[in-house]
Design a protein. Sequence first.
Length: 199
Amino acid sequence: MGLSRREAGSLATGLAYLAPSLILFAAFVFIPLGRTIYLSLFNTRATGAITTFAGLDHYIELLTSPTFHRGLVATTLFALYTVPLGIALGLFLGKQIGVFGSAALVIRAGWARLPNGASWRALYGTSILTGIGFTMSLFIGTLAFGESKHEATMRLGVLVGSALSTIVGAIVLSLAARGSIPTSRSQSPAAFGERFEQP
């Protein structure tokens, strides 16, 4: 089932807001990562010049190395129980819980309303996107950790939390756009104004 013109417009607007984050991730994460994977399939000189095709030989050597196994265990434990996990979960879970919970409480209490045409799923998707943090997250993290050994892992946590928020938020908003149902007249701006105009 195709999207209506209105739904397609809403989806395009959402993607337009996400575009700057997606461009940054592509430029600084996905493109360098793809380049690194490509080069790993070749033997190279110290200057980085490609010499011969190696295929999966480098990966086989790495995965069969006892040193790699010990390092992987130590790195996994460090990554799961220290700074990055706390920051990533704070951005991805903490932000959406706080924003969506507060908005839902205010709406249920009757102090506010969902915008005309919006759904709870769209509100939740928007709440997830609040977990995208770069400038302020990195600024506060730098104030907290300074030039300590945790600075690099702090930045990793910000990137992971922001990436999760971007991807999951985009998915939820896409689903919201496809399954959006017009709100009832009781939630429309006109009806909302009428209630206050009554003597």
